[in-house]
Design a protein around this ligand. Sequence first.
Ligand SMILES: [Zn+2]
Ligand SMILES: [Zn+2]
Length: 269
Amino acid sequence: MLKTNWHTHTKRCGHAVGTDEEYVIAAIQAGVKTLGFSDHAAYHTPRPRSRMNIELVDDYFSSISFLKEKYRDQITLYLGMECEYYESEWETLSRYRKDLDYIILGQHDLWLDGPDVYHPFSSEQVFEYVDLIEKACSLNFCDYVAHPGVFMWGYHGVDDTVRMAASRLADISVKYDVPMELNCGSGVKYGAREYTDGLRYAYPVRVFFEEFAKKHCPVIVGLDIHDPKLFQTDEYINRALSVCEGLDINFLWDYDLVSAAKKRKQLFR
Ligand SMILES: [Zn+2]
Ligand SMILES: [Zn+2]
């Protein structure tokens, strides 16, 4: 099991289970030393099964701060969020950026409640997705990119568009020094499926990691955990790692994301 995990949800997002304290206790039992909470960010419109409600944000802050103190001798807790880059929500996002320890970018839609990665994207939409990631990184808004190939869930298979997207994501990672994530969440949890390029997990997809290895991008393993029980198993980490077997990946184990975030926040306007 990992000693550090920055990608942890809470039941506020509507598709995770367990209390905040159960996540903390399960992480301690699994030997995790640094745990970052990164629940799905709230925006001005509610979407009960996808993200936190804006009314729950204060409770999220106070609950994690309380647990941080309570368990300070056993584990170091940090407060982050998994945000999308949405221009329409920039005021809210800027506030999160200033108030939180760190932000991971999990771009699930092209705009607020717009086309999402769980439905088939066109090539144009894949490039729009990459543009949003580039924009967020260029603004020093985020500290790592969660599941960079998440659109492969709905996209038909690996083709030239995907190869170009993977290459551009690698360039973005290098240019802005933003780590990419090897995600151990739903993509591997639901098992391999048939795509036009064959049987594979929805994400992570090897072609992205070939590019990340080639360009020596920093990569962080993120559990993307939605159930405290999943701290007890290595099954999904092993599945995710199997995707990049044999590749020379620049893994950042036990990376101090919060120190990196502090530096980026100084550059953030
Ligand atoms: Zn989620
Ligand atoms: Zn997540």
